[in-house]
Structure formats: C-alpha cells, structure tokens
Design a binder for this molecule. Structure first.
Ligand code: FES
Length: 73
C-alpha cells in the first residue's frame, strides 16, 4: 500500500487547464485527497474539478457553475 503523503512513482507531468469561469481540467486518472481524509478517484481521460463549490458531485464539476440567476438571459 502506498503512503498517501508520498508522491506517486509516476513523475511525468500532468496537464492542468484552468477555466476562469468553471472547473480545473486535469488529465486523468486523478486522486483527490478530501479535507475529511477520504480519497476521491476518477479514471476519466479528462477530469473536471469543481472550483465553485456548487457541485452536487463535489469535488467533480457537474456544470452547476453555469447556473443562471433570475433576470439573466
Ligand atoms: S466548477 Fe463546475 S460545478 Fe463547480
């Protein structure tokens, strides 16, 4: 079992793309260490990490950042 505080053996660079109005996109697979100590894992080719905290599937983006407020078109 790998120590969760040690870097992964694979040292190749991951590409991270920041969407200023949405998620952070990361080449998958990824593991996300949550504040409660659990680990969320996604094996997708491209993973969208929520940065707005509105996602019902946090830490994964569910496009809730696109939600419009009343009066907007
Ligand atoms: S960034 Fe998309 S739901 Fe939060």
């Amino acid at each position: 079992m790998r120590n969760e505080t040690e870097p992964a053996a694979d040292r190749s660079a991951r590409r991270v793309t920041i969407d200023p109005e949405g998620p952070v996109l990361i080449d998958g697979p990824v593991e996300v260490r949550m504040p409660d100590g659990t680990t969320a894992r996604s094996d997708r080719f491209m993973v969208a990490l929520c940065t707005c905290r509105r996602s019902r599937r946090y830490p994964w983006c569910d496009t809730s950042h696109r939600r419009r407020t009343r009066g907007e078109d």
